[in-house]
Design a protein around this ligand. Structure first.
Ligand code: PGA
Length: 253
């Protein structure tokens, strides 16, 4: 049985006070309303990690994640935050290779491999993102594009390493646009990603890896998307900033 996971990616939003309020609301709603095992991950800005960690302490199934980590272990890299520092704050997860990092910060496949390795070495679970831009979808070459992203960054990992990852398929044309992939489009890509993982690591390992969908996932489409066989949850941007919406998505399985 694969883990069901819903991760909220706050991106560069919310003051500390707003983030604390949101976290408290999520903790209470999850406790009162969730009646099945779902792993909930909150990924605030770095500056909020410690406060959010305090607020989720003792909350069953709610974990702390970061939105990024450095591709270096430590040293003179002004402004960077290492995987080891994240672990020291009580983080359990880290998003790696989000399309915004790839696009605006020019993160390369090689850097992403380093980040994944450092995250694993420091006991963090990477949520590794992949997904195609609109022109690739329009040319109908999304399969080749996404499998190449995975091959380039992840296929040097050992079986023991890859098993520990969570993947997130996020078509770039659906992120923050209100234009979500259909549940069939999501299922098709998730199945293709799993097949690609199986080709390298075998079916058993591929079957154990949770693959999340991301891109304008909302309370009114989450249930349909999460009902698909190879969709194991969601990576939620905009809708993770509202407690009611986020927890409704968590309850959508
Ligand atoms: P969105 O973002 O839900 O706002 O589309 C998803 C993401 O970027 O992870």
């Amino acid at each position: 049985m694969r883990k069901k996971i819903v991760a909220g990616n706050w991106k560069m939003n919310l003051t500390l006070e707003e983030g604390q309020k949101l976290t408290s609301e999520i903790v209470h709603m999850v406790k009162d309303e969730l009646n099945q095992p779902v792993t909930v991950v909150i990924n605030p800005p770095f500056t909020h990690l410690q406060s959010v960690k305090k607020l989720i302490e003792g909350a069953k199934d709610i974990f702390l994640g970061a939105q990024n980590c450095s591709d270096k272990a430590s040293g003179a890299y002004t402004g960077e935050v290492s995987a080891g520092i994240l672990t020291s704050f009580g983080a359990s997860y880290v998003i790696i290779g989000h399309s915004e990092r790839r696009e605006y910060f020019k993160e390369t496949n090689e850097q992403l491999t380093e980040k994944v390795k450092l995250a694993l070495a420091n006991g963090l679970t990477p949520i590794f993102c992949c997904g195609e831009p609109l022109e690739i979808r329009e040319a109908n070459t999304q399969d080749a594009y996404v499998t190449e992203q995975l091959t380039a960054s992840l296929f040097g990992l050992s079986e023991d390493e890859i098993k520990q990852l969570v993947l997130a398929y996020e078509p770039i044309w659906a992120i923050g646009t209100g234009r979500t992939a259909s549940s069939d489009q999501a299922q098709e890509m998730h199945a293709s990603i799993r097949k690609h993982l199986a080709s390298k690591y075998g079916q058993a390992i591929a079957d154990g890896i949770s693959i999340l969908y991301g891109g304008s996932c909302k309370p009114d489409n989450a249930q349909e998307i999460f009902s698909k066989a190879d969709v194991d949850g969601g990576l939620i941007g905009g809708a993770s900033l509202k407690s009611r919406d986020f927890v409704d998505i968590v309850k959508s399985f």
